[in-house]
Design a protein around this ligand. Structure first.
Ligand code: 1HE
Length: 269
């Protein structure tokens, strides 16, 4: 049987989804999107958090499979009915607005559609080899994996326009400064760090995690008044027996307090 284009493994409460096309630097084609969608749906059923990482030595993803894209250009217009929302949008939305948190582990090239995939995840961990670019302008195409919404939200128009118009390539440290990633770790350590974060996230109350993943991104689309109304509704709907137990545990000294950075672990934590 051929190797899956996206591997799936359940590791305790977390699912590990591995892009597995290193021969073409994890370029994203239709079959990889299908495999990713299957993994994302399975993770949503089975896990409390998930990590998307890449197999192979150097790169996260080279983005759109340019060879497949080129071969499709030869097709007669209208031969394949174009759906309003592409497979890219539906797959990436299952990540960005789904029910469980996704953490991406980045390295090397995280470009074009690869950056769009990373931007669909909730936490991005880059290692020092990671670089970010949107070479669509040079290739004569446009973002198509939700980047105009998700990447623009992270970067703002000015920086996204700069990347797309000038072909500028950002280092991991530059990417962190402009919100493309939240963590930068030494080379080769992004997968371990992403797993550590996912395990931690998986210990949160699932309803709160769902609200962060599924509701917060939608609130930014609303007016101030509508946003506050939704916040109140969500606050009421995540109130649960689990929440009461967690608050009780803190009040009775059974839950660790928050520790200031650099202060070391709290006794008994
Ligand atoms: C590919 C692709 C690809 C590599 N589609 N086959 N994406 C890009 O414009 C990125 C184009 N790729 C690169 O700039 C470089 O390949 C990398 C910086 C990512 C990696 O460099 P390197 O030296 O490690 O690998 P390589 O030798 O350039 O590539 C190895 C093989 O992967 C080679 O094939 P081979 O048969 O010669 O071995 C490459 O042709 C192949 N390969 N990238 C197809 N992207 C929803 S819209 C999204 C729009 C976009 O994503 S635009 C960005 C497209």
């Amino acid at each position: 049987m051929p190797e899956p284009l996206v591997t799936y493994e359940l590791d305790g409460d977390i699912a590990l989804l591995g892009l597995n096309r290193d021969d073409v630097r994890n370029a994203i084609n239709g079959a990889l999107l299908d495999s990713l969608k299957e993994g994302v749906l399975r993770a949503t059923e089975e896990a409390r958090a998930a990590v998307i990482f890449s197999h192979g030595e150097k790169h996260f993803s080279a983005g759109l499979d340019l060879a497949e894209a080129q071969s499709r250009r030869g097709e007669t217009p209208g031969a394949r009915p174009r759906r309003t929302r592409s497979k890219w949008h539906t797959t990436f939305d299952l990540i960005s607005r789904g029910e469980i948190p996704f953490v991406s582990a980045l390295k090397g090239a995280t470009v074009g559609g690869g950056l769009e995939l990373a931007a669909a995840t909730h936490i991005r961990v880059a290692d020092e080899t990671t670089f970010f670019a949107l070479p669509e302008g040079q290739r004569g195409i446009f973002v198509g994996g939700g980047g105009s919404v998700n990447i623009q939200r992270l970067l703002g128009y000015a920086r996204m326009a700069d990347l797309m118009l000038t072909g500028r390539v950002l280092s991991a440290a530059e990417g962190e400064r402009v919100n493309l990633c939240q963590y930068v770790v030494p080379a080769g350590q992004s997968f371990e760090k992403a797993k550590e974060l996912a395990r931690k996230i998986a210990t949160n109350a699932p309803l709160t995690n769902w609200a962060v993943c599924s509701v917060l991104p939608r609130v930014t689309d609303l007016s101030h008044d509508d946003g506050l109304a939704v916040e109140s509704l969500i606050g009421a709907s995540v109130r649960s027996a689990e929440g009461s137990a967690r608050i009780g545990a803190f009040l009775e000294g059974r839950a660790a307090p928050i520790v200031a950075p650099g202060a070391g672990a709290a006794p008994g934590a």
